[in-house]
Design a binder for this molecule. Structure first.
Ligand SMILES: Nc1ncnc2c1ncn2[C@@H]1O[C@H](COP(=O)(O)OP(=O)(O)O)[C@@H](O)[C@H]1O
Ligand SMILES: [Mg+2]
Length: 272
């Protein structure tokens, strides 16, 4: 996929629905009450969403729900682009069949990440919704898949990766384990200005030993998917990288983080 393809396509056939006036159970039931719409749950959720400050839903994106398109669909929620009082937002809507009672825990963990400057800014949360800053950009997987001509140049790529690995180190430092960075597809977006955003703190925890940096470095540079980056940046010394990550995991420190960054050819990480 070419960078920006998703965003461009979404904006060309986006449909805006005014909240709450433009919403009807018949048409939009499946968006707010997926997968089994119920009229009274729908009207409760419309009020709940209005109270959060959602003024419009912007339908568009790569996933299809009936006749509508949205940003994402997972096992516990749908993600819909939305217009909020504070600006463009991504609205995470709890599925009716979700195995969690509310969005509160995820909101708490995202707020914790936000305090370290990580993740999309949390705008609000309620039982069934999580509202956050909308990230305009592309998924990390397209960096791994695309060829050099389609991707950002090596310098832009290096600077995005530097910022991303620094975020992973910061998460390790505050004891917040994301939990899904070894399969980071769909969990990291790179904004148009190159700023990385780690998404989806649903599976995050403060009760595990964090392994954000090691998991992410593995995904980017050691997994079977890592050929894409290597074609732009060259291959890092695999043995040295594995050894440095092992040391880092035994006792994370800024020195050991810098060593990993050196082996990756991404400088010393001196910006922290
Ligand atoms: N803040 C955001 N800005 C833009 N797109 C987002 C945002 N949050 C999520 N998405 C999109 O929605 C997808 C699913 O998000 P995620 O939080 O993983 O939901 P789920 O856990 O239900 O899969 C992401 O891969 C991304 O494409
Ligand atoms: Mg997810």
């Amino acid at each position: 996929m070419a960078h920006g393809t998703r965003g461009d396509r979404a904006s060309s056939d986006e449909v805006r629905i005014e909240v709450p006036q433009g919403l009807s159970f018949e048409l939009h039931g499946p968006l707010l009450c997926y997968p089994k719409p119920d009229p009274s749950e729908f009207s409760r959720r419309v009020s709940e969403m209005s109270r959060l400050g959602v003024r419009g839903l912007i339908l568009g994106g790569p996933k299809e729900i009936g006749r509508f398109r949205i940003l994402g669909k997972g096992c516990t929620s749908l993600v819909i682009k939305a217009e909020a009082a504070e600006g463009m937002a991504a609205l995470k809507v709890r599925r009716i069949d979700a195995n969690r009672p509310s969005m509160a825990r995820e909101a708490e963990l995202l707020a914790l990440a936000n305090r370290a400057g990580i993740g999309p800014r949390l705008m609000g949360a309620s039982e069934n919704f999580l509202l956050m800053e909308f990230v305009e950009g592309y998924d990390i997987s397209s960096l791994l898949d695309s060829s050099l001509e389609m991707g950002p140049g090596p310098e832009a790529l290096r600077s995005a990766l530097r910022a991303l690995l620094l975020d992973a180190f910061k998460l390790d430092s505050i004891g917040l384990d994301h939990g899904e960075l070894s399969r980071a597809d769909g969990h990291i977006m790179i904004a148009r200005d190159g700023k990385p955003f780690i998404l989806d703190f649903e599976s995050a925890s403060v009760n595990r030993r964090p392994s954000n940096l090691a998991s992410l470095a593995h995904y980017l540079f050691l997994s079977r998917r890592s050929g894409g980056l290597a074609s732009t940046l060259g291959r890092p010394d695999r043995k040295a990288l594995i050894e440095a990550l092992r040391e880092y995991k035994m006792g994370p420190s800024i020195e050991r983080f810098r060593k990993v960054m050196r082996i990756l050819g991404l400088g010393e990480g001196k910006e922290i």
